[in-house]
Structure formats: C-alpha cells, structure tokens
Design a protein around this ligand. Structure first.
Ligand code: GDP
Ligand code: MN
Length: 380
C-alpha cells in the first residue's frame, strides 16, 4: 500500500523524523486556514500518489493568503499523470540550502536491506543512477545487525553530504531505518532530504510503501487503507474480501489461486484477448465467494465476457459448480460466462452444471479452449 505524502510524513514523525509543520486541505478555504496555522511563507502541495508533482505544476510557494487561494484553486482538480488532485498538503516553506536523497528498500536477490544516499537530491533517483551512478552511496544492511549510528555516520561521509548536515543526517537515517523496519515498509524514501539555510536537516517529501503482508499487526494502517484505492471496482472487491486488481481489458477473470489467475491472464493474452481484472477467489470457492466475485466483475462496464477458471485441489469442483449455479440465481449478469473446471471431483461438477449450460453459460474442457471461446465472446 502506497501512502500519500501527508500520510508518509505523519508516519515519519512517529519515528522522530523531522518534517515541516503543516496540514491537509480539501478546499481553498481550508488551505488558507492551514497556511495561517503553519505560518507564511507556505508551500501548497498536490496529494497524488505519483512523483514529479513539482514539474507538473502541483507544488507552489505562497507568500500570503491571496497566493494560497490562487495556487490552491489551480491545483485542486488538476490532473497529474492521470491522477486527479482532491487533497492538498500545506506546510511552512523551507529555505533550502541543499537537496539530498535517502531511501531504504529491500534488495531481494541479496536478501538484505538496501540504503541509498546521495548528495544529489530533488531529481528523480533513476536519473541520477543513469547519468551519475557514482553519486549514489549504496549501503547493504544485514537485517540481523541493523544500522547503528556509527555506520550511518560513515555512510554520510561516503555520500559526501555537506559537513553541516552530517551529524543530523546520520541521526535521521537511523530513524528512517527504524521506520522502514519496525514500521514494516517496503520502501521509505525522502527526496529531497534538505539542509536548510539555518542548518537544519529534515524531510521535505515522503514516499512510503507499506508491506501489506504486515497489515494484521498494524490496526493504525486502516486509516491509510480507507483512502487507498480510487478505483471503485477495487474498493468494492476489497469490501467483499476478494484479492482483486482492476486492469484495462474486456475479459473478466475468476480463478482459484494466484498462480492460476496469473496463468489465466497469460493464456487470455496469448490468444489475443485482454484481461479486465485479476481475481483470485482463493481456496473456499463457495456460492458466497463466487457471487461476490461475479458481482464485482459485473459492475465493470468494460467486461464483455467472463472466464471462470477453476482447478480443484483441496477445493472440490462439485462445490464450485454449486457455487456458480447458486451465484447465477443471485446475480443478474450482463456478460456470458465460460467455465473451465478441472481437478478434484471435476466429473461431478460438470454433471451438476450440464442442465444449466446455455449460450450464456458455456463449458470448455481445457484452459486454452476456454480462453479462445471467451476472447471470441468478448469480441476482442
Ligand atoms: P515531487 O516533485 O512530487 O517529488 O515533490 P517534492 O515534495 O519533492 O517537491 C518538489 C520540489 O519542490 C522540491 O525538490 C523543492 O525544490 C520544491 N519544494 C518543495 N517544498 C519546498 C519548500 O518548502 N521550499 C522550497 N523553497 N522549495 C520547496
Ligand atoms: Mn520528491
């Protein structure tokens, strides 16, 4: 789960990482109130989950209420790389002397944490990596030993941050590492990390990705989850407890198991179709789950045909078949369904379904044949 900047900064503060005082605003009037509270000059910042907001015109300095009105009015509703701005973060503006870059993420092949630190910040790190890779000091961190103050201090020297920033930066990096590990982040990134003209080091931006697998031990993440998805299909699916990702195509997909769902996407692609979603109904494919899955897919107007691909293992295909039949009585489907049912009790399942088959509910013996049929029906 990705956080908005204002949420990321809130998360940072919990671990002692310094940020500028500020507040969120959903209207121009609220922006002015927040600006008065933060103290002028302020910076008005679009809250969207994409980088490069500055270049896109989504970040503006304002010296007084009049300028806040002007910028807040222009930024609210603005489209930044396909994301509409509904919320602003207004914070006291900093006097920037230097912009740095700092992040922690997982180095999967090495099975270690990776810290990246650069005296060249404020620009996309990918750009620095491409044009001036030597400007990034990389630090591999063993999760068992962690990152102590002394190692952080040496790292800061290696990255060649300004002398005036080094001690504070080392403290901040230890805090950021704690946020990343104890806070269960997949990514904790500050770009830019700044040295102000008064000699203070703090986070001017926050990019935080939380590890969804750790959600069970973070009840406080629920407020982040509440603002998470903008896609109404995904919100509906998550409310029904389904593992769902919306895509751009016209073939709705329901499969049991993430691996089978991915293979189904591949096979649909292979025969020239495009999937409208990824939906893994998991192990217990009963009528409730099947009905919920069909409801979510049915609500997507771009879906023209639905592919239900079940391979019974522990899940018994006759149970799934009953689920499909019952679900069809509950949900009024716009699109035809193609079923491929195989595995444990497949024969029993197919005979249960036989009397229900029609030109709206078809069965195919193999995944490939089912994919061909569903793609034809979707008209792709
Ligand atoms: P991004 O473009 O989405 O990464 O948004 P950032 O929050 O990183 O802001 C982009 C740029 O705006 C920064 O690199 C700064 O140059 C500038 N900026 C942001 N906040 C301030 C501020 O408080 N004072 C000044 N002078 N510039 C700021
Ligand atoms: Mn940034």
């Amino acid at each position: 789960m990705d956080l908005y900047e204002y949420q990321g900064k809130q998360y940072f503060r919990r671990f002692g990482i310094p940020t500028s005082p500020g507040g969120v605003a959903d209207t121009v009037d609220e922006a002015v109130t927040q600006a008065e509270q933060a103290g002028y000059p302020v910076v008005v910042k679009a809250q969207v989950k994409v980088g490069g907001r500055g270049k896109a015109g989504g970040i503006k300095l304002a010296a007084d209420a009049e300028e806040v009105r002007q910028h807040a009015g222009a930024i609210l509703g603005m489209d930044i790389k396909g994301h509409t701005v509904h919320r602003l973060w207004v914070e006291h503006a900093s006097d920037i002397a230097k912009e740095y870059y700092a992040s922690f993420t997982l180095d999967r092949p090495a099975k270690l944490h990776l810290g990246m630190l650069s005296a060249t910040g404020g620009v996309e790190i990918e750009e620095v990596a491409a044009t001036n890779p030597g400007a990034i000091a990389r630090l591999s961190i063993d999760p068992v030993t962690g990152l102590d103050r002394a190692a952080a201090r040496r790292w800061v020297d290696e990255a060649d941050l300004d002398e005036a920033a080094r001690d504070q930066a080392a403290d901040l990096l230890v805090q950021l590492y704690t946020c990343y590990t104890e806070g269960d982040c997949d990514l904790a990134e500050i770009n830019p990390l700044i040295l102000t003209t008064e000699g203070r080091v703090h986070a001017l931006d926050a990019k935080v990705t939380l590890d969804d697998n750790a959600r069970f031990r973070h009840p406080e993440w629920e407020e982040y989850a509440a603002t998470e998805t903008e896609d109404p299909r995904e919100r509906m699916a998550h409310e029904r407890g389904l593992n769902y990702i919306g895509l751009e195509g016209s073939v709705g997909i329901i499969a049991n198991g993430a691996g089978l769902a991915m293979s189904t996407l591949d096979v649909v692609n292979q025969v020239g179709g495009r999937a409208a979603n990824f939906l893994d109904i998991g192990g217990g494919a009963n009528a409730d789950v099947m009905a919920a899955a069909l409801e979510v897919i049915n609500a997507d107007p771009s879906v023209k045909a639905i592919f239900v691909n079940i391979f019974g293992g522990i899940t018994r295909v006759d149970e799934v078949a009953k689920g499909v039949i019952e679900a069809l009585q509950r949900v009024d489907l716009r699109s035809p369904i193609v079923l491929r049912l195989d595995g444990t009790n497949a024969e029993e399942g197919r005979s249960l379904l036989a009397p229900h088959l029609s030109d709206r509910l078809l069965a195919e013996p193999t995944m490939l044949e089912a994919a061909r049929r569903v793609v034809t029906l979707a008209g792709a």
